[in-house]
Design a protein around this ligand. Sequence first.
Ligand SMILES: [Zn+2]
Length: 82
Amino acid sequence: MNIYDSKAKRLESTLKPCPFCGNDQVDLWPGKNGHVSPFCCCCGATFAEGGIADGLTDDKGFFYDPKKAVEYWNKRKFVKVP
Ligand SMILES: [Zn+2]
């Protein structure tokens, strides 16, 4: 495990429960360039793939800074998508 992985793992524990289903099984989903996107393992809520992306992310719902991903997940107002 490299430094990046352990840092991301530690940040995952600071993610708040999913606002849609209330599940706390929220992970930082790894993208292909080392960027991440918060992802709910239970209902699939995420910023990725444009689902609920709002222009705050670095690249199509992914963040290059995991800390920023956690911050936005924890403070954003969620809009339920069909
Ligand atoms: Zn959920």
